[in-house]
Design a protein around this ligand. Structure first.
Ligand SMILES: [Zn+2]
Length: 158
């Protein structure tokens, strides 16, 4: 009985460790394939972790009701219901559309301690998340317009 208990413990810990270390993306393409399907700007941001210039994207000032999807794989990422005016020049949201839509990862590039956010389905780089957002989450998802596709929906959507 004791042996069984320990075996179960070891398996549980091992499974958890494996799961938490690697995220499996269900949509995978080669670099050449992404290049073919994306605009140069979208490719640079989503696949090379680029950043569009502030106030240059098409969604920072978009106030229509709808859903923002991943430009690479069509996964729904954000809703207009959680979009807010951050003044940064990038579309900003205080919540993702679902907990599983996005993967957070520590980003120490440019000597900054930031958390980058990635589409959970295809690994597209979307932007960063900061802890200076509005209530109720206090989060600010700062996202590149070019990594998103906006789908307009009726105003009933929340
Ligand atoms: Zn995606």
């Amino acid at each position: 009985m004791t042996r069984y208990f320990f075996l179960t413990m070891i398996l549980t810990v091992a499974t958890f460790a494996a799961f938490s270390q690697t995220h499996h993306f269900t949509v995978t393409k080669t670099d050449a394939e992404w290049k073919k399907t994306l605009t140069p700007e979208a490719y640079q941001v989503t696949r090379k972790e680029g950043t569009e210039r502030a106030f240059s994207g098409k969604y920072w000032n978009n106030h229509e009701n709808g859903i923002y999807k991943c430009v690479c794989c069509d996964q729904e990422l954000f809703s207009s219901a959680t979009k807010f005016e951050s003044g940064t020049g990038w579309p900003s949201f205080w919540q993702t559309i679902s907990k599983n839509a996005i993967v957070d990862e520590n980003d120490n590039s440019y000597n900054m301690d930031r958390t980058k956010v990635t589409c959970s389905r295809c690994g597209a780089h979307l932007g960063h998340v900061f802890e200076d957002g509005p209530r109720p989450t206090g989060l600010r998802y700062c996202i590149n317009s070019v990594s998103l596709v906006f789908i307009k929906k009726p105003s009933a959507l929340k």
